[in-house]
Design a protein around this ligand. Structure first.
Ligand SMILES: NC(=O)c1ccc[n+]([C@@H]2O[C@H](COP(=O)([O-])OP(=O)(O)OC[C@H]3O[C@@H](n4cnc5c(N)ncnc54)[C@H](O)[C@@H]3O)[C@@H](O)[C@H]2O)c1
Length: 254
């Protein structure tokens, strides 16, 4: 008998942890997963924004405050999450910070801060969730990288591009060791999602220039990233691992 047509709701009843859940992309992912019947631990360092965003959603969403860049804090909050919700089946690393400074303007302090959030966070959390996923024989890790990982940063800076290239390396490395246990590890590399990163941190001139360069002539919506996460979290994508899905409106084909 061949493989059956898979329903996208096959993740109903699973437990997910989404970081950066109070942000534009993380909130959309949290909402869509919760609407799929996934129990979601919504993690962010901004409690006020987190409560505001998650309070508006239907479904089983529990907010947790965590600074993903701090190993001891990650360990302590994860202990609480496991006590409340059990093991995590789906980890989505979204929390990230942007800097537009190029090499000579980047201080060592900024370099370390960007890498601490964008790279150390996913590293700590992957270590927290992988053993139980491997034991269960099923798990999904989705890392939100950025087009900057391979573009060198159109408007974004050196530390940001480096941190996003590094999360791609982390994705490949964990995918390789986890594959035989039924755990897939993939990434998404978006470019210009409608969010404060685009609406506030780019000038109008930069926005217009970018829009003209994007073949689809628009920015992406956070919900489009969330739909891609749903696919990568589902059984439909079970044979895909160590893949970085470009969501850049045709900026670069490869
Ligand atoms: N918006 C874009 O155009 C774009 C493009 C490519 C990649 N990305 C990536 O997508 C992800 C989400 O971006 P967004 O546009 O939703 O940004 P956002 O600023 O709206 O959301 C980021 C969230 O992460 C949280 N956060 C920051 N540092 C944290 C920490 N140390 N611990 C826990 N939470 C922390 C913030 O409080 C915020 O709620 C980021 O990793 C970003 O690099 C965004």
């Amino acid at each position: 008998m061949g493989t059956q047509r898979t329903q996208l709701d096959d993740i109903t009843g699973k437990t997910a942890l989404v970081t950066g859940a109070a942000g534009s992309i993380g909130a959309a992912i949290t909402r869509f997963l919760a609407e799929d019947g996934v129990r979601v631990a919504a993690v962010d360092m901004d409690l006020g924004k987190l409560q505001e965003v998650t309070g508006a959603f239907e479904g089983d969403v529990s907010p947790y405050v965590m600074d993903v860049s701090k190993e001891a804090e990650v360990a302590a909050v994860m202990k609480q999450v496991r006590a409340d919700l059990g093991d995590i089946d789906i980890l989505v690393n979204v929390a990230g910070i942007l800097s537009n400074n190029k090499l000579m303007e980047t201080s060592a302090e900024e370099w370390h801060k960007i890498h601490a959030v964008n790279l150390d966070g996913p590293f700590f959390l992957s270590k927290e969730v992988l053993p139980a996923m491997q034991q269960a024989g099923w798990g999904r890790i989705v890392n939100i990288a950025s087009y900057a990982w391979k573009s060198g940063g159109k408007t974004s800076g050196t530390a940001y591009s480096s941190s996003k290239a590094a999360i791609v390396g982390l994705t490949f490395a964990v995918a390789k060791q986890a594959a035989e246990f039924g755990v897939t590890v993939n990434g998404i590399a978006p470019a210009y999602v409608m969010s404060p990163m685009v609406t506030e941190q780019l000038s109008e001139e930069q926005r217009q220039k970018m829009m003209a360069e994007i073949p689809v002539r628009r920015f992406s919506e956070p919900e489009e990233i969330a739909n891609c996460v749903r696919f990568l979290a589902s059984t439909m994508s079970a044979f895909i691992t160590g893949e970085i899905i470009d969501m850049n409106g045709g900026f670069q084909f490869d």
